[in-house]
Each structure stands twice: as structure tokens, then as C-alpha cells.
Design a protein around this ligand. Structure first.
Ligand code: AMP
Length: 497
């Protein structure tokens, strides 16, 4: 395969994402009848289960039908189109014509284009597939040379592709499959005119795929023009674990934490199982003593306990004999218990990622949960780091210590904020990083318009970075909330929600 013109990181080899785990039994890549070299590559990548967009799209695309897919980055849409395309190329292995490509994938940014090419190369690594990248911001020479003998797969940004077409480096008249990826972002970035131009250069007989996260009218119209009787598939990304959990912060003096914990456990509604986190083993034991003193049956689990003790405690927790378990982060790693309705952070973790792991204990198997964190004044910095990481402001009750007194009033915001969460995110991506709000009139500006590779990488990596970048000076979305029980009205300085 020809070498890409820019250095790029290899595609991530992720552990199976939670959203994919859910459909584990429902499907397998072996069911599609993909060529063996492809399934072998997938096995090497440890892809076990097709994502929903893959499960829906691959069988359709293997038949050669057109398709419009509503799916965001992160849903596995690249493999959804790359795998059937590779299969069809392998099944009909002919030498590509000089200065031409059999498959053309258009993507709005250099970075995304690079990642798509990486995916084709990863999944097609056991096939003899020639591929190339045509993106702005780098010299054309290497790209012209890569196209000389023709390629099977060309991944391109629209402006550079038109430049190459105009300089006769590539012809598009033998394209068998055309993929328009992230069509709505293309629109945002002002590429629609370029795309229309490119379409006029494609053969009428072809398979066409269009993927878009949203379907504004302009994109729907474009789809009507370029797709023939397309199949439609749509996947909406699952809310992330963090978004599904009703989170709240309770500001409380360190010395009152023990009492507050007991009050919460007694007064909170729908408590099935409570997992309380402390930072230290000693702290865990102390919390248990406080709870027991307040009449709440609780056990601790941490590294100082013998294996037998740990197993007994976990058994009691699973069968409901003990409904409150106090654990340190490390001990909690070994806890595999469903049905934890509440996670309570007695101490805020000093490593923000631990917060996400901790609260994720309560939203297993698609269930929602409640996560309450007791925050004393000395933990304000930890809270700030956590909110930065999860790109949310966690609704708070209690007396806000002066160091975090800039926290705005919570309740009204919480509801609106939840709704804004995803929109806010999308808006942030669009307005901030990918679109400077200018329409593109001159395709020679490709290199100016495409965000720098570094920026794009952040954007493609998704929500986390995009928000980290934008969130500094703007109000952040507020974590999801659920009614937490009117009993809270009775607790001093708590408000019922
Ligand atoms: P995409 O939406 O195409 O950007 O894919 C998002 C991420 O999911 C990429 O890092 C892929 O490598 C990964 N991925 C795609 N399909 C699967 C799958 N079936 N199993 C595990 N990971 C996957």
C-alpha cells in the first residue's frame, strides 16, 4: 500500500465500549459472511460484536444498495462502511485504472480523513488493497505520485480532491463506491458546493453512502439528489454513563460528613444498595463505625481484609443482608455487583478519573443511578478537576464554601442544563473548532479552513477534549438530576428537588 503523506497516530485499539457490550450476544462479525482476511483482521483488533450501526448497515451495503446513515463519530460508523467496501473490493479484485480510484471517501477534515484511511488499512491489512490520502495542508507532490498507478481506496477532503482533479492527477469516472462522511459537518464548513462539483464527476452507476450526525434540510436535499432509493439506518448514541446518573454534591464540613452520610442513607428514597467510597482503608472502617452507631448496618471492604472476609461481605451485599458497603477505590475494583442504586463519595477522589469509575458502579446494565458526593472545603480543588473532566457542573446543595462561591444557583439551571448538555456539546464543536462561521467560497483555502491536525485530533477524540477546550470560560452543562426525595427538605440546609 502506498504510504500516507502525513504522520498520524494509529487508530485506537479500544476495549469494547459499554454501548457495544450490551448487544454482545446478538451478533457477531462472522454472521455477515465477510471475507476471511477481514474477519481475521477484526479478530486481531479484538472487535467481537458489531455496533448497532454496523449490525444494521453491513448486510445492506454488501448487497450494493445505497444507504443513508444517521450516526455520529464514536458509533463505529467507519467500520460500518469500510468493512463491506473492503469485502466487495476483495470479491472483485481488479487492478485500479491509472490515476483513478475505485472507492472515494470524502470527509470534512484532514484528521478524520487520516483516521478513515487508517481504518481501511487496519481492516484490510490482509488484503492487497492500494489506498491513498488526498488532504490539504501538505504538498500535492506525494499525493500525485500515490495516485499515478491508481488506488482502490482514496480518502480525501473536498478542496484538495478538486485540486487534484483539476491538475489531472486523478479522474473520478471509475468510482464504484462513493462515501460522503459527516455530511452535516461538510455543510457547516461550507463544502457543499465542492461536493456538488465532485458528484458531477462521478459515474452515474455507483453505490453511494452518506453519513451524517444530523439531517438538516440541505443535507436531506443533497441525499435526494445523489442517492438512489437508499436504505436508511439511524443510531442515536447512548447517553454516556456519566450523563445517565443523577449526580449531586453536598457541601458539608468535614466534621459533619459522618452524620450527613447517615441522614442521606436514611432519608434517600429507593435505596437498594449503597456503595460508599472513602479514600483510605482507615477512613472506610471509621465510616462503618459511624454508620453502625447511627443504626445502619454497614460493612467495609478494603485491602486489609482477608479474602474470606471480603467474600463474606460481598455475599451479604449481593443478597441484600447488608445494604451499605464502604470501600476504597482499589477494593471496589473487584466488586461486581449489579443493582447498586446509590454511590456516595464520602471523600472526593483526588484523581478525577476515579470519580467516573466510582459513580459508574451505579448505572450498570443500562440502569440509571444516583451519585452523591460529600464535599468539604478542602476538597474544592478535587471537585473542580472532576467537573472539568466530566464537562459538567454537578448540582450542589449545602453551604458552598467561599472558595467555590462562584457556583451559580442550581435548581433552575439543572433542568435546562441537562437538556442543553448534548446540544451544547454539538454547538461547541461546530462553532468552536470546526467552523469559523465563514462560508467557503474558494476551495484553495482548504488548508486555512481545515483545523490543524492537533485541533482535529481533539475534536475527533470526541466530547471530552472538545469540552475541555471550550469549557474554561463558558457555563458548563449541569449533570443530570433526579428527584432526590422530599425527605431532604427536613435535613438542615438541604433543599428538596
Ligand atoms: P468510529 O465511530 O468509526 O469513529 O469508531 C469509534 C471507535 O470504535 C474506533 O476507535 C473504532 O476502532 C472502535 N470500534 C468500531 N467498531 C467497533 C467494534 N465493533 N468493537 C469495538 N470497537 C469498535
Amino acid at each position: 500500500m502506498s504510504k500516507p503523506a502525513i504522520r498520524r497516530r494509529s487508530p485506537p485499539r479500544p476495549a469494547l465500549r459499554p454501548a457495544y457490550r450490551k448487544i454482545l450476544e446478538l451478533n457477531s462479525f462472522n454472521d455477515f459472511g465477510l471475507a476471511e482476511p477481514i474477519t481475521r483482521a477484526l479478530a486481531e483488533e479484538r472487535y467481537v460484536t458489531p455496533t448497532p450501526i454496523q449490525a444494521q448497515s453491513i448486510p445492506i451495503l454488501l448487497t450494493g444498495k445505497d444507504l443513508v446513515g444517521i450516526a455520529q463519530t464514536g458509533t463505529g460508523k467507519t467500520a460500518a462502511f469500510a468493512l463491506p467496501i473492503l469485502h466487495r473490493l476483495a470479491a472483485n479484485h481488479v487492478r485500479p485504472e491509472r490515476k483513478s480510484c475505485r472507492v472515494l471517501v470524502l470527509s470534512p477534515t484532514r484528521e478524520l480523513s487520516g483516521q478513515i484511511l487508517d481504518s481501511f488499512r487496519t481492516y484490510g491489512r490482509h488484503l492487497r488493497i492500494q489506498s491513498a490520502l488526498a488532504i490539504g495542508g501538505v504538498s500535492m507532490g506525494a499525493q500525485v505520485r500515490a495516485l499515478l498507478n491508481g488506488v482502490d481506496v482514496l480518502v480525501a477532503t473536498p478542496g484538495r480532491l478538486l485540486d487534484l482533479v483539476q491538475s489531472n492527477a486523478v479522474r473520478l469516472n471509475s468510482v464504484e463506491t462513493f462515501v460522503l462522511d459527516e455530511a452535516d459537518r461538510m455543510l457547516d464548513m461550507g463544502f457543499i458546493r465542492d461536493i456538488r462539483k465532485i458528484i458531477t464527476k462521478l459515474p452515474k452507476e455507483r453505490q453511494t453512502l452518506m453519513f451524517s450526525a444530523t439531517m438538516p434540510e440541505d443535507i436531506a436535499e443533497l441525499g435526494r439528489q445523489m442517492l438512489k432509493d437508499p436504505a436508511k439506518v439511524s443510531v442515536t448514541p447512548q447517553a454516556t454513563t456519566v450523563e445517565r446518573i443523577a449526580q449531586r454534591i453536598v457541601h458539608v464540613d468535614r466534621g459533619n460528613k459522618s452524620k450527613m452520610l447517615s441522614d442521606i442513607i436514611k432519608q434517600e428514597q429507593n435505596v437498594d444498595r449503597v456503595l460508599v467510597f472513602t479514600r483510605t482503608k482507615h477512613g472506610a472502617d471509621k465510616v462503618v463505625r459511624g454508620l453502625v452507631k447511627d443504626g445502619i448496618l454497614a460493612e467495609a471492604i478494603h485491602g486489609n481484609k482477608s479474602q474470606n472476609q471480603r467474600e463474606r461481605v460481598l455475599k451479604d451485599f449481593r443478597n441484600g443482608r447488608v445494604r451499605t458497603l464502604v470501600a476504597t477505590d482499589i477494593a471496589a475494583r473487584g466488586i461486581d455487583v449489579d443493582g447498586i442504586s446509590h454511590v456516595i463519595n464520602f471523600d472526593l477522589p483526588n484523581i478525577p478519573e476515579s470519580y467516573v469509575h466510582r459513580i459508574g458502579r451505579t448505572a450498570r446494565a443500562g440502569a440509571d443511578g444516583v451519585a452523591i458526593s460529600l464535599c468539604s472545603a478542602d476538597e474544592a480543588d478535587y471537585l473542580r478537576d472532576i467537573e472539568k473532566l466530566i464537562r459538567m457542573q454537578i448540582p450542589a446543595t449545602g453551604i458552598v464554601p467561599t472558595r467555590t462561591a462562584q457556583r451559580p444557583p442550581q435548581h433552575q439551571q439543572a433542568r435546562g442544563g441537562q437538556r442543553n448538555n448534548r446540544n451544547g456539546h454539538r454547538q461547541g464543536q461546530r462553532n468552536g473548532q470546526h467552523n469559523n462561521g465563514q462560508n467557503r467560497n474558494d476551495r484553495n483555502h482548504d488548508r486555512n479552513r481545515e483545523p490543524a491536525a492537533g485541533q482535529q485530533r481533539q475534536a475527533h477524540q470526541g466530547h471530552q477534549q472538545a469540552h475541555a477546550d471550550h469549557g474554561q470560560n463558558k457555563p458548563r452543562p449541569v449533570a443530570s438530576t433526579q428527584p432526590i426525595g422530599s425527605a431532604f427538605a427536613n435535613v438542615p440546609f438541604m433543599q428538596s428537588r
